[in-house]
Design a protein around this ligand. Structure first.
Ligand code: GTP
Ligand code: MG
Length: 198
């Protein structure tokens, strides 16, 4: 898919106030610092579109970006970051869960996990929660540039096996990416394009 336009539309903490256009929407979710905002910038080929930071907890609101004037990408705050105050953390959880439960335009959530890490309870629980709420999702392994090519597939397969050994009958769709070397960009954009054309 060629990206001809990518515009920031709005940030807010209230799902009811998100854009009310009936365009298909894709949301990036995962632990703080996993690389959600960086991946949006890499996919859109726009460096400062979504704000990124080396310090976890950068994205704090629901951010809508309108792409090619006919679909939305959504950057969400991370979950599971201990250093954000308890009160703020609760607010994040509330609008993350509200977003996934109420947003009718959402066609697929992308759950990002750092490919270097073994499955973490918070991520497995979040995927299970999406499943219970019948929210379609795919997994995106991030920061693949940090591993040697031979280890990338091994690590991804071990992660997926953990899923199919537990509650999942089959592994969800999955992608391996790097915002540093642009790995996975075409595959991910093609996946979104195919859903948009359905
Ligand atoms: P929050 O908004 O805090 O939840 O974080 P986020 O998931 O949006 O992460 P963000 O994109 O801000 O990136 C966090 C850090 O990881 C930054 O220092 C990025 O430069 C780095 N990073 C993100 N993606 C990659 C990647 O693919 N490879 C490498 N090496 N670093 C990455
Ligand atoms: Mg972010």
């Amino acid at each position: 898919m060629k990206i001809s336009s990518a515009e920031f539309v709005m940030s807010n903490s209230n799902v009811a106030k998100c854009p009310n256009e009936p365009l298909p929407e894709y949301a990036f979710i995962g632990r703080s610092n996993v690389g959600k905002s960086s991946l949006i910038n890499m996919l859109m080929d726009r460096k400062g579109l979504a704000k990124t930071s080396g310090r976890p907890g950068k994205t704090q609101l629901i951010n809508h970006f309108k792409i090619n004037n006919n679909w939305f990408l959504v950057d969400l705050p991370g979950y599971g970051y201990a250093r954000v105050s308890k009160k703020d953390k609760k607010t994040f959880q509330k609008y993350i869960t509200e977003y996934f439960q109420k947003r009718k335009q959402l066609v697929c959530g992308f759950v990002l996990v750092d490919i270097r890490h073994d499955p973490q309870p918070v991520d497995l629980e979040f995927m299970e929660w999406l499943g219970m709420n019948q929210v379609p999702f795919a997994i995106i392994f991030t920061k693949a540039d940090k591993l040697k090519p031979a280890v990338i597939e091994k690590q991804a397969n071990a992660y997926l096996k953990k899923l199919t050994d537990s509650v999942w009958e089959e592994a969800p769709p999955h992608f391996t990416t790097s915002s540093s070397n642009r790995m996975g960009r075409e595959e991910l954009l093609e996946y979104i394009e195919a859903i948009n054309q359905d």
